[in-house]
Design a protein around this ligand. Structure first.
Ligand SMILES: [Zn+2]
Length: 603
């Protein structure tokens, strides 16, 4: 067996955001050891070229410098040496996102791909990593939170940690800060949450609710054999939202105010958002971290890995995240339907759903979903949002067409058996074939239409078959996310067909919708809005002003494109009915009610 690769990471200069990382290879490659930084991080499908943050690199062996040659944007090769070889890198870390690395005088956070290069030929060797403190007086109240196994370190302490191989090393982010830590067991497995940020959140309640979610998710697919620990790393700033899944942990960002304070028993909208995020990232420990597309088995982090199945891994996860909240009783069915109505609204608001299917959206995630421009809503569909609606329609269709014999739960259990427990990758046609095998139904037309097609999903009849009424209305205001009926004072004005943004005090057209009045008037994304019908336009008055007109009215519109003034005429149109809300049917028959009950309460 090859000797372990030894890493060490030290917050060398927190004020300049510089980590020092060393990598020691006991028996370097005979032709000269190659060292490589990953180009992307699993779970976030965009080339990020983490090597760009390496600001210095050198190599040494037996106390002597060893020559280094840069091979390409991400790789270096050392001159051949026969004794152990150490690379020493300085890495700039000032990205606070869940997929980055960050260091300042208040904390240190890093994802492995941002700071740990791989030693070519040694990817399967065990890894040891020494996590070192910053120079005093910094770091005296910092604790280390990671799912990496402790080798020689106290609990939540600095010291050495280990991983079975390079892939495991870089799949376990590390947060080092003055942390609030809560611990709980879920089905006897130790879980913890480590929170960074000024928060007085009720830790006992959070632990209780997280335990409920984790046990609910475990009830569906069973705890994986190697799940012997799990850690939620949570950063709670004033604003923000995001998450990234890992095998034994996840990194979350959620606004501080979304967390519950003591004696606050309600599930506020913000807390529901947080619980949904937790549920989403936790479900990934099965769906995408252990059961993966063949294209990710193993991950090639040097270039894009293409699969048309991201909708299965993100869409189905997005379906089960909120479903687990209602099934476990953390939220009511009405609250769940509000969330579902918001997801439907998100999909309906972009005409991109009529242009791009979710298989293509998955495949092109690297250049389209992750690199959205002003035309995104016209050209692309989210494999998260539409993927979750496909999961919903598929689940309810399976239940109806099999007379309650089969549901998506059964499909997921079979997928897990085939590809999760074996660790083999799911082939591109794997999910569809399991659906057909498990249900013994002919689902080709469904997959052609829903996954490979761009038509509307049959949401209204599908939901009706499970005792849910589907309603569409017009959007009432910019803040209207859907999910609820419009309020009494929310009668909207006619439609301009744009989304507005205010930057540096200027109101501009962020997006111009295909087929809308602004597009017909020649408005382009990035144009600055000056006046409508002779009145100055601001973000604050635009909605109010529009309400004073009717569809069909023709108004003068003045814009700046660059520094040139353009005057045009816009004919206001009828607002599209693209905002959805759902209600529990009050008059459904007993069969329908029992189908609804099985869907929302089973696991
Ligand atoms: Zn996800």
């Amino acid at each position: 067996m090859s000797q372990p690769v030894s890493y060490a990471i030290r917050p060398k200069d927190p004020r300049a955001h510089i980590y020092e990382v060393s990598v020691t290879v006991a028996s370097p490659g005979p032709a000269g050891q190659i060292l490589e930084m990953p180009s992307w991080i699993p779970g976030s499908y965009m080339i990020r070229d983490y090597a760009k943050h390496v600001v210095a690199i050198r190599a040494e062996s037996d106390g002597c410098d060893v020559a280094l040659r840069k091979l390409d944007k991400s790789r270096w090769q050392a001159a051949a040496v026969e004794r152990p070889l150490t690379f020493v890198l300085e890495i700039y870390a000032h990205d606070e996102s869940v997929r980055g690395a960050h260091l300042d005088t208040t904390h240190a956070y890093f994802n492995g791909p941002c700071v740990f290069p791989s030693a070519e030929g040694h990817e399967h060797a065990a890894c040891v990593v020494e996590i070192l403190p910053p120079e005093k007086p910094l770091g005296q109240d910092w604790r280390v939170a990671t799912s990496l196994r402790r080798k020689e370190a106290g609990q939540y302490g600095f010291g050495s940690y280990e991983a079975a191989d390079y892939a495991e090393l870089i799949d376990q982010p590390v947060e080092i800060a003055p942390l609030r830590i809560g611990e709980f067991d879920a089905r006897g497995i130790p879980h913890a949450i480590a929170i960074r940020g000024h928060t007085r959140a009720d830790m006992a309640r959070i632990c209780h609710d997280l335990q409920t979610i984790c046990e609910q998710q475990m009830a569906l697919l069973g705890a994986p054999e190697d799940l012997d620990r799990y850690l939620f790393l949570l950063h709670a700033p004033g604003t923000g939202y995001g998450g990234l899944e890992h095998r034994w942990s996840s990194s979350l960002v959620c606004a501080r105010d979304n967390l519950p304070l003591r004696a606050d028993a309600k599930v506020t909208d913000g807390y529901r958002t947080f619980l949904g995020l937790v549920s989403h990232e936790y479900f990934h420990l099965w769906n995408v971290k252990r059961m993966k597309p063949a294209a990710f088995t193993p991950y090639d982090l040097s270039e894009e890995a293409y699969t048309s199945l991201l909708w299965v891994f993100e869409g189905i996860t997005s379906y089960y995240d909120d479903l687990a909240l209602v099934r476990s009783g953390l939220i009511t069915p009405a609250s769940y339907l509000e969330l579902l109505g918001q997801t439907i609204t998100k999909v309906l608001r972009g005409s991109g759903r009529l242009r791009q299917n979710v298989a293509d959206s998955s495949f092109d995630a690297w250049t389209k979903f992750y690199k959205q421009d002003a035309n995104a809503s016209n050209a692309i569909v989210s494999y998260y949002a539409k993927g979750s609606l496909i999961a919903l329609t598929l689940d309810l269709k399976l239940r109806s067409d099999s007379d309650g014999r089969v549901s998506l739960d059964d499909v997921m259990r079979e997928c897990w058996k085939r590809w999760g427990q074996s660790g083999e990758g799911m082939p591109e046609d794997g999910f569809e074939s399991v659906c057909c095998d498990v249900s013994r139904l002919d689902l080709a037309d469904f997959f052609d239409a829903a996954v490979r097609g761009t038509g509307e999903l049959p949401l209204q009849p599908t939901l009706a078959s499970h005792g849910v009424d589907y309603h569409l209305r017009t959007t009432a205001s910019r803040a209207d996310k859907g999910g609820k009926p419009a309020g009494d004072n929310e009668l909207p004005g006619p439609w301009l067909g744009v989304s507005l943004a205010e930057t540096n005090g200027k109101l501009s057209f962020a997006a111009v919708y295909n087929g809308g009045p602004a597009e017909a008037a020649g408005v382009a994304p990035g144009d600055v809005a000056v006046a409508l019908d002779g009145l100055a336009l601001t973000l604050a008055n635009c909605e109010r002003l529009l309400k004073t007109y009717r569809e069909g009215d023709e108004l003068g519109l003045v814009i700046f494109r660059g520094d040139e003034l353009i005057t045009t005429t816009v004919q206001l149109a009828r607002r599209p009915q693209n905002t959805c809300y759902l209600e529990l049917s009050t008059d459904c028959d007993a069969d329908t009610a029992s189908r609804r009950n099985a869907w929302l309460h089973e696991s």
